[in-house]
Design a protein around this ligand. Structure first.
Ligand code: RFL
Ligand code: PHB
Length: 406
């Protein structure tokens, strides 16, 4: 098998990249270790920056998003039983965000790819990237051979067969636990990392959201977030200690705790409903530099992770693949590899802005174990600053609605 761009991973980064390349007349093959149903059901991000929505629209993947996505012009910060709304368009000169789940973005992109794109192989697990410093890098992969088969790691019995995909370029869009990053020699890799001593317990519930915008709550008992998937489905999160298992929390205990943390001084009420999904997400900041090694490029979670507080993960992945697709198109149009050579630097400038923003939002709103009364006062002063200073509020609004692509 041979292609121009070999893409590892069919998350939002890999799927969108295949679409952008196809639109530019460049062929690609996508290898995905899991099966289609798994990729389409994995519950993750929910917020699209305006720039991300624009990219999806321009790529021809915005039709259902524009019909079903919910435009949000602000968020609410809640602390000490008070509510403060941050108005995005007023503070940013017109920007807003779109609530449209990652699962839906992936479903739309998969449907388009299977209808009119190049090969997208499910159950095809990349084992290694080889020859990144040559002009013909290769992906060694194992293919289970039939679509619909569960591609679990450690799935014994059906070993499948090994194959090689020869490429001009390889893009590792294989997420945080992927293999692409491992092809960069340790001596050339610089890893910047921070873990947090807490995670998020997230639920989906069949109940109308109790507020029409997202609510980010800081409470002495910990952080809580009210988000949504549709006018009838709520998505809620609770800060929980590191290492917590979702099963440790009964549904009613979750609702009771959410109620405490969202408590206000007015008549606002949290509506409860049947919980349909429950899981814990660990929190981490991580950047791998550089994002390029020869003809291997890293994009999305394969290169960087942000804690979810700023809702930046998916948006960063989109920024990376847009940068790569534009750079490769530029090479084809002009013969100049200048933009491709600048890929890592270009992406990392934006990545670090998102890392900073996500870190700020995380420390603004979570209560770390062992936090002192001094830490609490500083945190509340930071929140009050956002609530009373136009400059501080503008800074948050600009970060939340997104940093522009270069
Ligand atoms: P993804 O979505 O992880 O996709 C990577 C894909 O690569 C496949 N893969 C392989 N395929 C072939 N061979 C291999 N060897 C492979 N190894 C892995 C995987 O099966 C998968 O399909 O990365 P991508 O495309 O870079 O997209 C990034 C976003 O998914 C990510 O940034 C966000 O989802 C992060 N994130 C969240 N972001 C938010 O903004 N808000 C959230 O609420 C939020 N919740 C989350 C999250 C990430 C989570 N992870 C990674 C554990 C919740 C979770 C649980
Ligand atoms: C979500 O809806 O899943 C969501 C929204 C905002 C965040 C994180 C997650 O900051």
């Amino acid at each position: 098998m041979r292609t121009t761009v070999g893409i590892i991973g069919a998350g939002p980064a890999g799927l969108l990249l295949a679409r952008l390349l196809r639109n530019a007349g460049i062929d690609s093959v996508v290898l995905e270790s899991r099966d289609r149903a798994y990729v389409e059901r994995r519950q993750r991000a929910g917020i699209l920056e305006q720039g991300t929505a624009d990219v999806l629209r321009a790529a021809g993947a915005g039709e259902r998003m524009d019909r079903e996505g919910l435009r949000h012009d602000g968020i609410e910060l809640r602390f000490e039983r008070e509510r403060h709304r941050v108005d995005f368009p007023a503070r940013t000169g017109g920007s807003s965000v779109l609530v449209y789940a990652q699962t839906e973005v992936c479903k739309d992109l998969i449907a388009l790819q299977l209808k009119e794109g190049g090969p997208l192989l499910f159950g095809a697990e990349a084992l290694a990237v080889e020859g990144a410093l040559t002009d013909r890098p290769r992906i060694r992969f194992r293919h289970e051979g039939h679509e619909g088969h569960e591609g679990h790691e450690g799935d014994e019995g059906d070993e499948g067969h090994e194959d090689v995909l020869d490429c001009d370029y390889v893009v590792g869009c294989d997420g945080f636990r992927g293999v692409a990053r491992k092809a960069v020699p340790a001596g050339l890799s610089h890893v910047f990392e921070r873990t947090y001593p807490f995670g998020w317990l997230g639920i989906l519930a069949d109940v109308a959201p109790s507020h029409d915008e997202l609510v980010y709550a800081r409470h002495d008992r910990g952080f809580a977030l009210l988000s949504m998937r549709s006018p009838a489905v709520s998505r809620l999160y609770l800060q929980v200690p590191e290492g917590t298992e979702a099963g440790e929390w009964a549904d009613e205990e979750i609702w009771d705790e959410l109620e405490r943390r969202f408590e206000t001084g007015d008549a606002w009420r949290l509506e409860r409903g049947p919980v349909t999904s429950k899981s814990v997400t660990p929190m981490r900041s991580y950047v791998h530099e550089p994002m390029r090694y020869g003809r291997l490029f890293l994009a999305g979670d394969a290169a960087h992770i942000v804690p979810p507080t700023g809702a930046k993960g998916l948006n960063l992945a989109v920024g990376d693949v847009v940068t790569f697709a534009r750079a490769l198109t530029h090479l084809g149009d002009t013969g100049s590899a200048e933009r491709l050579d600048a890929y890592s630097e270009t992406c990392l400038r934006r990545v670090w802005q998102a890392e900073r923003f996500s870190y700020d939002m995380t420390t603004l709103l979570h209560r770390a174990p062992g936090a002192t009364a001094f830490d609490d006062r500083i945190q509340l002063a930071r929140l009050r600053r956002v609530a009373t200073s136009r400059a501080a509020e503008t800074d948050l609004a600009e970060g939340y609605t997104g940093f522009p692509l270069e």
